[in-house]
Design a protein around this ligand. Structure first.
Ligand code: MEV
Length: 449
């Protein structure tokens, strides 16, 4: 058997976890299978039931991949204080969010408003018949389509949600014969992906059936192709506005008093403007926002890929990728805010299945989806404030390097005593993997240190 043949397998999913690990060890890692097995098994949950639950979330699971679960306390949002759960591997994110939360705690806190909660789904259609007849027919049967999905929507309607509207969009001038049914949905406290997709597939099937039965279409005119039915992760009508604001002098001074509040406010505003003008800067600026957003989205068992893709589409909504946040310095007042879409849920999906997601929600006081939307966007704004404040004052590397040092020290298995000495030593020196390694080597050989 050639090496490549050994690397191809059918029935991998049917192997048990141990055999899966042994197979990858043998064919890809070229390592001792028992050692590899022990390494992965070291990350299995002690409790068999808990591990079974985690295994069930995905396919071909061989282990868990731990990422730190941290807390950013002191978040005052709409006059309520939260300790926010954040799951992130990036060393300075939680510290920066906590810092910004504390800064604004004494300056009135964050004000967040949910502006809208509508989500969108699409049925993509190819129809080769008469355009006007088709558009008129859709208008005629729209109510029937909405009525036809009642078995799916009844429970959601009891909770205040459901299908809010349907429209037929004509794209046939761009792609021949292409139309789209765009559905508008209210999914209340659930993210609603399954609900929306079920409704859409039913709309597609109903449309086909209704046209088939309709006497107004000839047999050839009845021919309609449903290309696909799927929700859109772009939710520009599921949006939160969050702001912080204070009088400029309340900002205090920066860099040990060397930078005045007025200078800071102006420099900060300019930094946000730069991210509005230039897509290269906007991408990094928004990445900083997503550092905060994603970590809470993950901690609460929500879909960070959906939130990410939506945020970036929204950031490009006028045709150029721009900052999600905005800043004004006017009439002696500094205002920093952000309007962004966020589609998440507090019921269904992983939110109630993952024990730590459940705990995260409990920690936040079991919020409904609107409250969680407000919390998440606030953390994004706080994260952005912390990043831009560092960038426009001390520079980002000082804080980053401090956290980086902790990681490098762990990499070289520094003892607590060694780490303490290293922190003192690197207080005023450049931190790099090699400089820390050299320092530890000297420390370990030279007993006088
Ligand atoms: C690093 O993860 C995020 C920042 O680069 C964001 C920014 O530049 O605004 C610090």
């Amino acid at each position: 058997m050639t090496e490549e043949e050994g690397q191809i397998i059918s029935g991998f999913s049917k192997l048990n976890k141990r055999d899966k690990i042994k197979w990858i060890a043998k064919n890809f890692l070229y390592a001792n299978p028992i050692e590899v097995l022990n390494e992965f098994a070291g990350f299995w949950h002690d409790n068999i039931e808990s591990q079974k639950l985690l295994d069930g979330f995905s396919e071909n699971t061989i282990a868990n991949f731990p990422i730190p679960f941290g807390i950013a306390p002191n978040f005052k949002i709409n006059d309520k204080v939260y300790a926010v759960p954040m799951v992130t591997e990036e060393s300075s994110v939680v510290a920066a969010a906590s810092n910004a939360a504390k800064f604004w705690l004494t300056r009135g806190g964050f004000k967040a408003t949910v502006l809208s909660t509508i989500k969108i789904g699409q049925v993509h259609i190819i129809y080769k018949g008469d355009k006007d007849k088709f558009i008129a027919y859709f208008k005629e049967i729209k109510a029937k389509l909405i009525e036809g999905v009642k078995p799916i929507t009844a429970k959601m309607e009891e909770r205040g949600g459901g299908v809010k509207d349907l429209e037929l969009i004509d794209f046939s001038h761009i792609e021949p014969n292409y139309y789209q049914i765009r559905g508008y949905f209210e999914t209340v406290d659930s993210m609603g992906a399954n609900f929306i997709n079920s409704c859409l597939e039913e709309f597609g099937a109903l449309l086909k059936d209704l046209m088939d039965e309709s006497p107004i279409f000839t047999p050839t005119e009845k021919d309609i192709e449903i290309v696909m039915c799927i929700l859109s992760n772009y939710t520009p009508d599921c949006v939160v506005r969050c702001e912080v604001s204070c009088r400029i002098e309340e900002l205090g001074t920066f860099e040990g008093g060397k930078m005045s509040a007025q200078e800071f406010a102006e420099k900060f505003r300019r930094a946000v403007t730069i991210a509005t003008i230039d897509p290269y800067r906007a991408t990094t600026h928004n990445k900083g926002i997503m550092n905060g957003i994603d970590s809470v989205v993950i901690a609460t068992g929500n879909d960070f890929r959906a939130v990410e893709s939506c945020a970036h589409t929204y950031a490009s909504r006028d045709g150029q990728y721009r900052s999600l946040s905005d800043c004004t310095v006017e009439n002696g007042v500094f205002t920093f805010g952000m309007t962004m879409p966020i589609a998440i849920g507090t019921v269904g999906g992983l939110t109630s299945l993952h024990p730590l997601a459940k705990r995260s929600l409990e920690l936040l006081g079991n919020p409904n989806a609107k409250e969680l939307m407000a919390i998440i966007v606030t953390v994004g704004l706080a994260q952005n404030f912390a990043a831009v404040r560092s960038l426009t004052t001390t520079g980002i590397q000082k804080g980053h390097m401090k956290m980086h040092l902790t990681n490098i020290l762990a990499q070289f298995q520094a003892t607590d005593a060694e780490a303490e000495k290293a922190r003192g030593y690197f207080e005023d020196k450049t931190i790099s993997v090699s400089s820390v390694r050299d320092y530890l080597e000297t420390l370990r050989t030279d007993k006088r240190l």
